[in-house]
Design a protein around this ligand. Structure first.
Ligand SMILES: *Cc1c(COP(=O)(O)O)cnc(C)c1O
Length: 395
């Protein structure tokens, strides 16, 4: 390993690993970058902002220079709202492809924004497919935009965005992508997948700390967004124009978070960019899934739809299993896991993203094994109902 190769160090000072999809476990270097104060107007910080925007743009291989990157204060949801408000015309109509909590949130945001919209609701975890998008668009010529979640973090499903993009543009409509939990680990190059804008945030696959999001959008769409936003603070055109003119954020930026994020971007690049980061996460997932299946656990999703971001496992059927006790037992061993978000069957989730490698994931599996033993659960097999549910996926 060279000096610049990423080192996966255990979390600082005995902190637990966060097996959650952001905030997640960050490197010591990222945390350390926050030990300095910055003037938001100062040239040094303006240079940080400029470099960050440039490095983010490099990830989409925009060889024609048609896109720009606009960071936005707040959690990821603020940036999703900013994107929807800025790029969907007030008299437009939006088709939302929903298969989980984040798709639902997009529809809810459009309600707040008073944007006419229809939803294809695939339930908890069925993927929206190109054909049904084509059919919906043909049936309703008023639809101007389609919004899809790249990795639906509530189940961990990796939605087929390339297929959906093709369907959208074949019908002459426009695509917006919530790639919050996927960007940086799953390719979203603009020459492979066509879209107008995508959104992500600091505390997901780039492995920064929470505090802002960013939208990467076509410059012509940013231009057209002038005067469209309902909100002063979430107006992407205004933020973009101001930033390009002055190099500054319009309102107080989360300075420490931005500087930490630049450090995270450098580590991302040193790891081999999107391909390198994606490969480590995929390895994490493979070790986790194989190990957990070895204990009798079953994944909600078939391998084809499993993302390298987060994996949903069914709760074991055994009467001695209780999620809260399992959670506490895992926490005592240094691992914070994540409750499930399914409506039909009980489940929990384990994230594969953050400063973790295959060795850590082996420890996670061992911790799960020990935790089951402590609870007196000899077999982690899920209830029959869960497998019946899952069989729908194959249909
Ligand atoms: C994390 C996430 C968001 C944003 O959530 P915040 O809590 O506002 O940061 C949006 N969409 C997806 C798919 C996510 O994973």
């Amino acid at each position: 390993m060279s000096d610049t190769a990423p080192k996966i160090a255990p979390p600082h000072l005995g902190e637990p690993y966060l097996l959650t999809p952001g905030p997640l476990t960050t490197s010591y270097a990222v945390k350390q970058a926050m030990l300095r104060d910055w003037g938001s107007w100062d040239g040094d910080f303006r240079a940080v902002t400029a470099e960050m925007r440039k490095m983010l743009l490099e990830m989409i291989n925009d060889t024609k220079g048609e896109f720009d990157c606009v960071p936005m204060q707040g959690s990821g949801t603020f940036s999703v709202e900013a994107m929807l408000a800025s790029f969907t015309p007030r008299d437009g109509k939006v088709l939302v492809l929903s298969n989980g909590a984040y798709g639902k949130r997009i529809a809810q945001t459009l309600d707040y924004l008073n944007r006419d919209h229809v939803v294809i609701d695939k339930g908890d975890y069925m993927p929206p497919r190109g054909e049904e998008v084509t059919a919906a668009l043909r049936a309703d010529p008023a639809i101007s935009h389609v919004v899809v979640v790249h990795c639906e973090t509530s189940s961990g499903i990796l939605n087929p965005v390339a297929e959906i993009s093709q369907a959208v543009y074949a019908e002459g409509r426009k695509l917006l992508i919530d790639s919050m939990s996927a960007f940086g680990a799953i390719p979203l190059g603009v020459s492979e997948i066509r879209y107008e804008a995508m959104v992500s945030s600091a505390n997901k696959c780039i492995e920064g700390v929470p505090g802002f999001g960013f939208v990467i959008a076509r410059k012509d769409e940013l231009q057209a967004a002038k005067g469209r936003s309902h909100s002063l603070s979430l107006d992407l055109h205004a933020q973009w124009a101001h930033m390009n003119k002055t190099g500054q954020w319009r309102f107080t930026p989360p300075t420490h978070v931005v500087v930490a994020f630049l450090e995270a971007l450098k580590a991302h690049r040193a790891e081999g960019g999107v391909a390198g980061r994606g490969a480590r996460y995929a390895d994490n997932r493979d070790v986790l899934v194989e190990g957990m299946r070895g204990l009798g656990f079953e994944t909600l999703l078939k391998d084809r739809w499993l993302s390298p971001i987060i994996v949903t496992f069914f709760n074991p059927a055994h009467k001695s299993f209780d999620f809260n006790s399992f959670y506490e037992a895992m926490k005592r061993k240094g691992f914070i896991i994540y409750p499930g978000k399914l409506t039909v069957v009980d489940s929990f989730r384990i994230g594969c993203i953050g400063q973790m490698d295959a060795d850590v994931m082996r420890q996670v599996v061992q911790a799960a094994k020990d935790s089951l033993n402590e609870m007196g659960v000899p077999d982690a097999a899920p209830p029959e109902q869960a497998l019946i549910e899952r069989a729908r996926l194959a249909a």
